[in-house]
Design a protein around this ligand. Structure first.
Ligand code: GLP
Length: 631
């Protein structure tokens, strides 16, 4: 089959060949075409194609492309045999979060693969039979001639399948205890970490490496660090994906976000000539300062030369001038006036002074996102007289635990019993009973009925109002868009449609903002914020040519993704200790924030520490933004 791509100087650091695609959609398409070629070649020979399948959000676009090839281009899967990597131990195929169910929903129910050709480890095999079950799984793979193409994702611990840190290179299919980080990552699927299974059955690293061809996919910046370690670091049991380096036909297919930490992307001057754009120059100077732990203004010609930045120095030096320029640039990113300072010279300010006041539209993919990431900036904008509109793009109902609905129903029932005329409350009592019945019927992991979703969405609306009020945004300035894609789907399985784009386009046209804050550019494209970001792109495109759209400034904030690094920041809004305290208090108004969301004030402190280390003023904390380029 295909040979490994030719290595360029820039890829010299990469021990497993890595292809960077412009988008996950393009990568998924490429891989689907490779799979089609394999299946058709085998069909012509009258043989089977054996595919190793993965779960998680990563392969979803690939599976959608396979389904499209089947439906629209007649690709048949009659001669395909599949083996899945893993399954949660304790979950049967009917469990909504089992991988068996995932595969049925995402692929198998939509193609013509014979049911008997599908192999997935059983999560329900009794404990004493696990060993035999795993051995049989290995034998079955060998009996069909081994896996022709193994699809892989990568977990935050660097695992492939569920081969958590410590899995040896030769490990085989077995039961494994899930790592804490892995369980945290699955918490949203299971509505809380405490519900995530503790064990799984997984193919071993050795099993995976027996595959004839391996392709590991990864999307979004959250995967970038692990991808770089797996591709460029040493082969180690601590990161099972690093063992792909020892395979003769393994590749990483990644998108731009997931490539961010590769040397050729992060430190391009170490691997070849660089075109020194302002952003690259910033990056190099901030990197050098960080490496040497020196403020920017103390870097010398020698420092630049001795650390691979001789080119930059000869082009833009001497160090003294270059340092001053970058220092001034960083200095100019800092502003206490995120909406622009009225009646002031704005030549060196991140945001223009006029018009004043501005109509500022803050887009929050899930209701809590904007308050978590830019609560203090929200407060500033409002305090400084701008017309701030906070828009929750989705209802966020999936993140509201059952206990909240339960609490509400119980309270309503009790209230109905104590009011002076209980007969006037029969409808309320009936509603409460209905909610409690639905909760009991659905069990821990069943899908919420529309009624439950509605109730949970209202609970979250209340929390958002409460938190936003604490940031000086009043109720009439909070909007709930309830994008339909969220109401149709579940985490990792959303699919946006034209209806989403239309809803957001209408909102933009109604509001005609001067300034928009949004997030999701660096997110996994199948996450809620990743989808909202693309819906926004499409909506804005619809408004192209409209006067307000051309003049509107767009600011990106970071949510669950890696925080912006100093060189990426275009606007740094400093927070006083008191403002940080108020933001922390506002976060306390939400009932169920993840540990990552709760640590946002800490991340704001880190931003300030980085600026401080570069030699800028010392602030308590900073909320950071990047200018959105319309490219
Ligand atoms: C789980 C699966 C892996 C998958 C990983 C990443 O741990 N067992 O096979 O690669 O999740 O999931 P996602 O693609 O959702 O980021």
């Amino acid at each position: 089959m295909s040979t490994a791509p030719r290595r360029t100087a820039a890829e010299a650091y990469e021990k497993t060949p890595t292809v960077i695609f412009q988008s996950s959609a393009l990568a998924a398409r490429e891989l689907a075409l490779e799979v089609r070629a394999l299946i058709e070649e085998r069909a012509r020979e009258g043989k089977n194609a054996v595919l190793g399948m993965a779960t998680g959000s990563t392969p979803v676009p690939f599976y959608r492309e396979l389904i499209r090839l089947h439906r629209e281009e007649g690709l048949s899967f009659k001669n395909v045999i599949t083996f899945n990597l893993d399954e949660y131990y304790g979950l049967g195929p009917d469990h909504p979060e089992s991988y068996a169910r995932f595969m049925a929903d995402q692929l198998f129910d939509h193609i013509d693969i014979p049911k008997e050709n599908i192999n997935i480890p059983s999560g329900k095999v009794p404990s004493e039979q696990v060993f035999a079950h795993c051995r049989e799984y290995e034998e079955k793979i060998d009996a069909v001639g081994g896996i022709d193409l193994q699809i892989l994702g990568i977990g935050r611990t660097g695992h492939i399948g569920f081969n958590e840190p410590g899995s040896s290179r030769d490990s085989l299919t077995r039961r494994i205890t899930l790592d804490r980080v892995t369980r945290q990552d699955a918490a949203a699927d299971f509505r809380g970490e405490e519900n995530v299974p503790r064990f799984a059955i997984t193919m071993g690293v050795g099993t995976i490496l027996r595959g004839k061809k391996l392709v590991l996919m990864a999307w979004g910046e959250n995967k970038a660090e692990m991808v770089a370690k797996a591709v460029e670091g040493p082969m180690t049991e601590a990161i099972s994906a690093s063992f792909l380096q020892g395979h003769t036909n393994a590749r990483f297919y990644i998108d731009i976000g997931a490539s961010r930490e590769l040397t050729r992307v992060k430190l391009p001057w170490l691997v070849g000539p660089v075109s020194w754009t302002p952003r690259e120059t910033n990056r190099a100077v901030c990197w050098l300062a960080g490496l040497l732990q020196k403020p920017v203004l103390k870097l010398t010609d020698e420092h630049y030369n001795e650390h691979g930045l001789g080119d930059l120095l000869s082009e833009q030096g001497p160090a003294y001038q270059l340092n001053i320029r970058i220092f001034n640039h960083l200095q100019h990113t800092i502003t206490g006036w995120p909406g622009g300072k009225p009646n002031e010279d704005d030549t060196y300010r991140p945001e223009r002074a006029s018009p004043y006041p501005k109509r500022c539209l803050i887009l929050s993919p899930e209701p809590q996102d904007a308050v978590v990431s830019m609560g203090a900036t929200l407060e500033r904008l409002s305090e400084q007289g701008h017309e701030v509109r906070l828009v929750a793009l989705t209802s966020g109902s999936l993140r509201v635990p059952d206990r909240e609905a339960d609490k509400f129903a119980e309270t309503l029932r009790e209230l109905a019993a104590v009011v002076s005329d209980p007969t006037a409350w029969t409808a309320q009592t009936a509603y409460a009973e209905e909610v409690l019945k639905m909760l009991a019927e659905k069990g821990d992991f069943g899908a919420d009925t529309p009624l439950l979703r509605q109730l949970k969405a209202l609970v979250l609306r209340g929390e958002l109002r409460d938190a936003a009020n604490a940031c000086r945004i009043s109720n009439e300035h909070i909007f709930f868009l309830d994008l339909p894609f969220y109401e149709e789907g579940r985490y990792r399985r959303f699919k946006s449609t034209q209806a989403d784009v239309d809803a957001l386009t209408n909102l933009l046209r109604e509001q005609r903002p001067h300034q928009i804050y949004l997030t999701g550019d660096a997110a996994d494209p199948s996450s809620v914020s990743g989808i909202c970001y693309r819906v926004f792109q499409a909506a804005l495109k619809n408004c192209e040519g409209e006067e307000w759209a051309g003049a509107c400034s767009l600011w990106l904030y970071r949510g669950k993704e890696r925080p912006l690094e100093a060189h990426e920041i275009d606007m740094a809004v400093p927070l006083s200790p008191l403002q940080l305290e108020r933001k922390t208090r506002a976060l306390g108004r939400f009932g169920s924030l993840s540990s990552l969301e709760l640590s946002s004030p800490e991340s704001n402190r880190q931003n300030a520490a980085h600026y401080d280390a570069l030699g800028l003023a010392q602030y308590e904390a900073i909320e950071a933004f990047q200018r959105w380029s319309r490219a």
